[in-house]
Design a protein around this ligand. Structure first.
Ligand code: NDP
Ligand code: OXD
Length: 317
């Protein structure tokens, strides 16, 4: 056996053991010559070259001194960076692609339209058998802001602009997107927020974005604005949201991501009349197309030592 063959194991780590087997079954035929194993049964640790992971436990990578790259089974890498024993300098590959982007575009369009057309109020009226007609402005007179203009936020902003919304976008650096008025950095944040009647958060979770959706931010939005958070749970200060909804500063929130997932049964969000809860399904990775992307990225990284969707660990996304 030559040296290359002795470095030919890919381990898979996902909190749900059944899903590990499922991913291994999907990936194995796409990566001939590689041995795929659950992280708890890696075989020779020196032979492990790649780890494909979702929410790995602390210390997951420590046994593997020859790791070439960590593959996040998702666009976000916060779950990898959360590992307090993460080896430094190991590249992290994000899994992104057309299916994920398409799903997020659908989710954002669905919930922005729902807020725009005041569906929560219409549904509440139906529960009371109340016939209450109200004219809403056309999308061209509704301002929707997207925080984060990367793969997902950029695609969502384009979709909203295509639906006719007056679309605004905010990112760390200046981005140009046709049909979207863009803002960059802290200095332009207030100008962006004051125009957003519906605010969509598609930021990655980093020290700079944690707790960003707080009382100070809500106070800068037009009164009665709506919030859609499909970024990460810790972006949101939960008590500040409840207070903003109670005061009327915000009218409704749609939340897909939570500080604790699954959202605990007793959590007040579940039964709140002004909150729509979705169970982190805005853009779930599909193991069939996702495994094709993971395998292609591993092959590409193996051949060239780089891939397009490499995260920048120092930047945090
Ligand atoms: P990208 O890395 O492609 O884009 C991130 C965007 O956020 C960039 O535009 C970046 O700015 C901007 N950004 C980062 N930090 C800041 C900051 N401090 N201030 C302002 N803007 C900032 O990420 P994706 O679009 O692929 O994914 C975004 C996030 O969506 C993921 O990290 C994940 O948390 C979440 N997600 C949620 C899913 C769900 O089902 N709910 C599914 C998939 C992802 P710049 O352009 O200047 O770099
Ligand atoms: C992701 C997610 O990061 O599903 O891809 O949240």
């Amino acid at each position: 056996m030559n040296a290359a063959q002795t470095r030919a194991t890919i381990v898979v780590s996902i909190p749900n053991a059944a899903k590990i087997e499922w991913w291994i079954a999907q990936l194995a035929p796409l990566l001939p010559g590689w041995t795929l194993r659950p992280v708890d049964d890696p075989g020779d640790p020196d032979a492990v070259s790649y780890a494909v992971v979702w929410r790995p436990a602390d210390g997951t990578f420590t046994p593997f001194p020859n790791l070439k790259a960590i593959v996040s089974l998702g666009a976000g890498i916060d779950h990898v960076l959360a590992d307090r024993e993460l080896p430094s300098g190991v590249p992290i590959i994000r899994t992104v692609g057309t299916d994920l982007t398409q799903r997020m575009r659908e989710y954002v369009a669905l919930h922005v339209l729902r807020h725009h057309r005041e569906m929560p109020a219409i549904a509440a009226n139906q529960r009371r058998q109340r016939w209450a007609q109200q004219v809403v402005p056309p999308a061209t007179r509704r301002r929707v802001g997207v925080m984060g203009l990367g793969n997902l936020g950029g695609a969502a902003a384009r979709t909203l602009a295509g639906l006719g919304f007056e679309t605004l976008g905010w990112a760390r650096t200046q981005r140009e997107i046709e049909g979207v008025i863009t803002y960059a950095g802290e200095s332009e944040f207030a100008a962006f927020l004051q125009r957003c009647e519906i605010l969509v958060c598609l930021l990655p979770l980093t020290p700079a974005t944690e707790n960003l959706l707080d009382a100070a931010l809500f106070a800068r939005l037009p009164r009665g604005a709506s919030l859609i958070n499909a970024g990460r749970g810790p972006h949101l200060v939960e008590d500040d949201l409840l207070a903003a909804l109670a005061s009327g500063q915000l009218s409704h929130a749609t939340l897909d991501v939570f500080r604790q997932e699954p959202l605990p049964e007793a959590h007040p969000f579940w039964r709140h009349q002004q909150i729509t809860v979705t169970p982190h399904v805005a853009s779930l990775i599909d193991p069939e197309s996702g495994s094709r992307i993971v395998a292609a990225n591993i092959r590409e990284f193996e051949a060239h030592g780089e891939v397009a969707d490499l995260a920048d660990a120092a930047r945090g996304y």
